[in-house]
Design a protein around this ligand. Structure first.
Ligand SMILES: O=C(O)C1=C[C@@H](OP(=O)(O)O)[C@@H](O)[C@H](O)C1
Ligand SMILES: C=C(OP(=O)(O)O)C(=O)O
Length: 425
């Protein structure tokens, strides 16, 4: 059997408009909020990808009815914050968002639930969240005692109280706690002791709480109080397009000097990954936005020095673009990239260097010498959707880029290559 490969054709897209599926982060959050609400909610525009369907299935296992209409509409029958829990293993593959958010939510379960993932997920950290749940009497343990999945959670106290948590490895712990806190008797009083990284994702969580009528208090980035005994409002919720997955199309314009628009996105969105557009502007691109979406036109690219601690998922995209910019780019404060679908610092550096680039990992930063003559290569994707998508962009400029295991895009963007065909001419 021949191994599946995708060969990219170099092309400069001109005035191309694409449509991107719904946001992964919002889909996870809205399904969970709807599951905790009292009564039926309809969430429209949902991303239907491996990870979000795992969250939907996990909620079913925990005792919530989730009806998938297959067209982006999901109808969820919330039970007012009551959750049964399950004696079956809840399998979450390599979906960090599902694992971290649902581990916290499973703490509401009447009985203990076991949450597990694939081999990589079993290496991704969760210990700080388990520790935090334990501080308020919620049973939470890692079976292997590594602080990683599989974990057994719930079947204990639903009182809540004060806890402190380190969020320098992931913001997802805090998002999980914020989502479940209103359903505890006393809510949660949370102090963040390290970090948080990836702050815009916390803001997205708070935005969902607010939309669903949940009261909370926040002091800076490190103190959060969510009063208990609250009920999420059931209703109709709409998911906007995924800004992170739009980045490959913005980058396609950036590296080729062409122009690409993404429909349905707005710069007012709370999706922090839209911050990449400001970085692209600094590098020489032109960004415009209007009622039809956001457009990027590439220009002559110059290097950039930027802190990407808040936009981890945009680092692979930016690294590829930086490889085509004049000068050395510095992508700073991205230690947490080591904890993703693969070690993304190492993967991005290895694969760009395989193409003849010069990329170094210096402490928690990436340094990329741009403008070197790159050549085609067979790109290892490490079962990481973002590696497959960002190196496809490199192939628009460099002949002979071949993507291994292209099917790994199913994690967040199952029809990526169909949409990408539009920018490949
Ligand atoms: O909360 C979320 O939806 C996410 C948070 C980020 O993770 P970390 O907080 O672990 O960096 C991001 O990388 C992930 O793709 C989605
Ligand atoms: C890191 C990612 O996702 P998750 O943490 O949900 O696995 C991602 O989508 O890049």
């Amino acid at each position: 059997m021949s191994e599946a490969l995708f060969e990219v054709r170099p092309h400069r897209p001109e005035n191309i408009t694409v449509r991107i599926p719904g946001s992964k982060s919002y889909t996870h959050r809205l399904l969970i909020a709807a599951a905790l609400a009292d009564g039926p909610s309809e969430v429209s525009g949902c991303l239907r990808s491996e990870d979000t369907l795992l969250t939907a299935e996990a909620l079913r296992q925990l005792g919530i009815s989730v009806k998938d209409h297959g067209d982006g509409r999901m109808v969820v029958e919330g039970k007012g914050g009551r959750l049964e829990g399950t004696s079956d293993v809840v399998f979450l593959a390599n979906s960090g968002t599902s694992m971290r958010l649902l581990s916290a939510v499973a703490g509401l379960g009447e009985k203990a639930s076991t949450l597990d993932g694939n081999a990589r997920m079993r290496q991704r950290p969760l210990g700080d969240l388990l520790d935090a749940l334990g501080q308020v009497g919620i049973p939470a343990r890692s079976i292997s005692e590594t602080g990683c999945p599989p974990v057994v959670i719930g079947g204990g106290s639903r009182r809540g109280g004060a806890l402190s948590i380190a969020c320098h490895l992931s913001s997802q712990y805090l998002s999980g706690l914020l989502l479940m806190a209103p359903c505890l008797e006393q809510g949660l009083d949370i102090t963040v002791t390290r970090g948080p990284v990836s702050r815009p994702y916390i803001m997205m969580t708070l935005e969902i709480l607010k939309k669903a009528g949940i009261l909370f208090f926040r002091e800076g980035d490190t103190r959060y109080r969510v009063p208990g005994g609250q009920t999420y409002r059931a209703g109709n919720y709409q998911v906007e397009p995924d800004a992170s997955n739009a980045s490959y199309f913005f980058a396609a314009a950036a590296v080729t000097g062409g122009s690409v628009c993404v429909e349905g996105l707005s710069l007012d969105s709370a999706q922090g990954d839209l911050g990449l557009l400001g970085v692209f502007e600094k590098m020489g691109c032109t960004v415009t936005s209007g009622s039809s979406g956001i457009c990027v036109r590439g220009g002559s690219l110059r290097a950039v020095d930027v802190d990407m601690g808040d936009m981890p998922d945009m680092v692979p995209t930016l690294a590829v673009v930086a490889a085509f910019a004049q000068g050395t780019s510095y992508i700073r404060n991205v230690a947490h990239l080591r904890e993703k679908e693969c070690d993304r610092l190492s993967a991005v550096a290895t694969e760009l260097n395989r193409m003849g680039g010069s990329v170094r990992i210096v402490g928690d930063d990436l340094e990329i010498d741009g403008g070197l003559p790159l050549h085609g290569a067979r790109i290892h994707t490490y079962d990481d959707h973002r590696m497959a998508m960002c190196f496809s962009v490199a192939g628009l400029r460099v002949p002979g880029v071949v993507i291994e295991n292209p099917a790994c895009v199913a994690k967040s963007f199952p029809n990526f290559f169909d949409v990408f065909a539009k920018v490949m001419g």
